[in-house]
Design a binder for this molecule. Structure first.
Ligand SMILES: [Zn+2]
Length: 149
């Protein structure tokens, strides 16, 4: 396990579209352990693989002060309901917190690190977090979606 370097805005890596994971092997597990370590070390809510320079469709997130850790491989939003505007930040975009409109509720289909299908349900903050992280996998940053008011 190791802390990885978090790529910062301006780096072209953050603007690439990530590829789906096809091998659920020890290398994937090691990467996800590193992502969780890095997320906790950086005191963030979520971290997507491109943020550590790996263009694969993976994110990790932590809620409830670190007591809940969510990991998702090849995540897809299958249901989105409602609207909520709230301030967001990003470990790759230092010192900016701006308002973004996201669905209030989302359902995400994904896989765990072993390749088992999982379903994640997010409300409010968690919904925004899942959307924010999945955007990273498509090269989108929250600053692209800031609500101008
Ligand atoms: Zn982010």
């Amino acid at each position: 396990m190791a802390i990885r370097k978090i790529y910062q805005v301006g780096d072209d890596t953050l603007r690439q579209v990530s590829k789906p994971v096809t091998e659920f092997d020890d290398k994937l597990s090691a990467l996800m352990d590193d992502m969780i370590d890095t997320l906790i070390y950086a005191d963030g809510a979520g971290l997507a693989a491109p943020q550590v320079g790996v263009l694969k469709r993976i994110f990790v997130a932590t809620f409830d002060g670190g007591s809940t850790i969510v990991e998702a491989v090849n995540p897809v939003i299958v249901k989105a309901k409602g609207k909520r505007v709230a301030a967001e930040g990003c470990l790759s975009v230092p010192n900016i917190h701006d308002k973004v409109e996201r669905p209030r509720h989302v359902v995400v289909h994904a896989y765990d690190r072993h390749g088992n299908p999982i379903e994640l349900k997010g409300d409010g903050f968690a919904a925004a977090c899942f959307c924010h992280e999945i955007d990273h996998l498509d090269g989108v940053l929250f600053t692209d979606k800031t609500v101008k008011k």
